[in-house]
Design a protein around this ligand. Structure first.
Ligand SMILES: Nc1ncnc2c1ncn2[C@@H]1O[C@H](COP(=O)(O)OP(=O)(O)OP(=O)(O)O)[C@@H](O)[C@H]1O
Ligand SMILES: [Mg+2]
Length: 547
């Protein structure tokens, strides 16, 4: 017999013959392989079991338990959990959907009393078991914030025994180390308070109290976490209407039907926000939004007695539609709905030196000062070509910046400033006088609010002959471009804008257009008024400063 060689006899199946030693070795190798396979399977089983134990332990020890976790747990654990006191359980329907939403940015809005604020307080706790959870919950005023803090005191300490509210910082600190800052933010400029900070959850209760989307958009830049176990979320609630109802509607309600996830859009251009072509994720959505409508009928806690519903039913129609039916279509609009970025905002051009130029300003120290420069072309169209938008500038400092910006400009035809800048607070010169002394000359602006608003409307209208507006704004004037389309109507006087809104650029623009009332063919009826205005200004600027 030949060792380990094939038997090549004709018509015989090929076969091998091994020595006994070799046969034993082969068998031993097979046994090792089988044992290794079994060990591998056992390890997979053990890992799965460990994972399950981990999940069950989490279900037992965590303060926030989802329905899914509970359903997956064995019966005895479900029974054990059932015996623990439930501190918060969402109402069926929208409140549950809101708390289970996976989209990055969700609005829970609609009828009053639907349980929106309560849901927001509960949603904040989503990751309160994680040490890196950093939440920021905002309201516009301190009084409204106090109401939220009081509500949070009702169930946070029970849900997370050991959680403490640090009054001095207005912050909840949870046993895990997670924190939740309860803060109020009134003016747009206050957002800088959060500069350099990061949050993994940001919420605003009653977001329509903000006249523009500025605060919300800014806070988006503060939303981040390095903890892979935490998904960052933006959450807000609102009743329809309010001074910010129009932009909230554009952001959450108009793009998609309710309860449907959609790609976030730019509220001005309506363009979907996606990664650019040159990006590795080209074409993918930057993030998603969703709108969940709230109904009073979904909140058994307020529906029970029926009194609250009866009260809402007794409201005047518009308010009733908003607060009882959660109707967004009756929300107030912007004061200048005719403003169109594609029509009124233009790329900068070289302004001919022969065009007359006007400077107009609204002064503020804590709130922004806005200075606008306009040039008038041969058709009488005002081109706003420069903007200065600064805070914390004394009149001296502002004058210095203006001098620097104008160093290569031709002579101005006129410059107007809010007349209150001539008010004196002490013995020294007024704000206007200080600037005039430094060489930045002004005359008092026409402060007629309603006439000023109408003058802007006229300028925004398209000329029936040229199909062009009579006001064009360089896209570099970012604050005017940002705030003019968003400024809301006043709640108390529908002829005027809301003076609580960010109106500094609007005021400066109003002063500017009031110096140049239109006497165009289609405004013959106003020609007399315009002439009177021209005469008035001719008189003032000729005699005072000799412009
Ligand atoms: N899941 C819940 N569990 C217990 N109580 C709840 C729950 N949801 C709402 N409530 C009760 O209903 C009340 C009204 O809810 P909430 O204040 O959240 O309504 P809202 O929609 O914010 O109202 P508004 O539109 O007036 O701001 C709460 O104060 C709370 O007492
Ligand atoms: Mg509320």
């Amino acid at each position: 017999m030949v060792e380990d060689t094939p038997n090549n006899q004709e018509n015989q199946k090929r076969s091998y013959h091994y020595t006994r030693d070799n046969q034993l070795k082969i068998k031993a190798r097979q046994k090792v392989r089988e044992a290794e396979k079994k060990a591998k399977q056992a390890k997979i089983k053990a890992d799965k079991a460990k994972e399950k134990v981990k999940r069950l332990t989490k279900t037992i020890t965590n303060s926030v338990v989802t329905e899914k976790d509970l359903n997956e747990a064995p019966k005895d654990i479900q029974r054990f959990m059932g015996e623990r006191p439930i501190v918060f359980q969402p109402n069926k329907g929208p409140q549950t959907d809101f708390l289970a939403s996976p989209e990055e940015d969700v609005l829970y809005g609609g009828a009053a009393g639907g349980g929106k604020s309560y849901a927001l307080l509960a949603d904040l706790l989503r990751y309160a078991d994680s040490s890196n959870h950093r939440a920021l919950l905002l309201r516009r005023t301190i009084a409204e914030l106090t109401e939220l803090i009081d509500k949070s005191r009702q169930f946070y300490p029970q849900a997370f025994p050991g959680a403490v509210f640090k009054e001095s910082k207005s912050m909840w600190v949870f046993p895990s180390g997670a924190t939740a800052l309860f803060s109020y933010l009134d003016k747009d400029s206050d957002v800088t308070r959060y500069q350099g900070q990061s949050f993994s959850w940001i919420g605003i209760d009653e977001i329509t109290h903000y006249p523009t989307s500025y605060v919300w958009e800014y806070l988006r830049s503060r939303l981040r976490t390095t903890d892979k176990g935490i998904v960052p979320y933006m959450r807000c609630t609102a009743n329809p209407g309010g001074i910010g109802g129009w932009w909230v509607k554009k952001m959450y309600i108009d793009p998609s039907p309710p309860n449907t996830k959609f790609v976030a859009t730019d509220i001005d251009t309506k363009r979907e926000l996606r990664y650019p072509d040159n990006h590795a994720k080209a074409g993918q959505a930057l993030f998603h939004r969703k709108f969940i409508p709230a109904r009073l009928t979904d909140n058994p806690f307020l529906m029970r007695s029926g009194e609250y519903e009866a009260m809402l039913m007794s409201l005047p129609e518009t308010e009733r539609k908003r607060l009882l039916e959660g109707d967004w279509d009756v929300a107030e609009g912007a004061a200048f709905p005719e403003f169109q970025r594609s029509v009124h905002v233009v790329d900068p051009i070289e302004i001919p030196r022969s065009w007359n130029r006007i400077r107009a300003a609204d002064y503020g120290y804590s709130s922004p000062s806005c200075v606008l420069w306009g040039a008038i072309d041969w058709d009488g169209v005002i081109w706003i070509y420069r903007e200065l938008y600064v805070t914390k500038h004394t009149s001296d400092a502002l004058a210095n910046v203006i001098i620097e910006l104008e160093k290569d400009d031709p002579k101005l035809m006129m410059s107007v400033l809010d007349s209150s800048c001539w008010n004196k607070t002490g013995l020294g010169p007024s704000i206007a006088e200080t600037m005039i002394q430094r060489g930045v000359r002004w005359i008092q602006a026409d402060r007629a609010r309603i006439a000023g608003k109408i003058a802007i409307h006229r300028r925004l209208q398209l000329d029936p002959v040229t199909n062009e507006p009579r006001l064009k704004i360089f896209k570099t004037c970012t604050n005017l471009v940002r705030t003019l389309p968003t400024i809301p109507l006043s709640k108390v006087n529908s002829e005027d804008v809301d003076t609580k809104a960010e109106d500094h650029a609007y005021d400066a623009l109003r002063y500017m257009v009031m110096t140049r009332n239109i006497a165009a063919r289609d405004f013959i009826q106003d020609a007399r008024l315009a002439r009177e205005k021209e005469e008035k200004y001719n008189k003032i600027y000729d005699t005072t400063f000799g412009y």
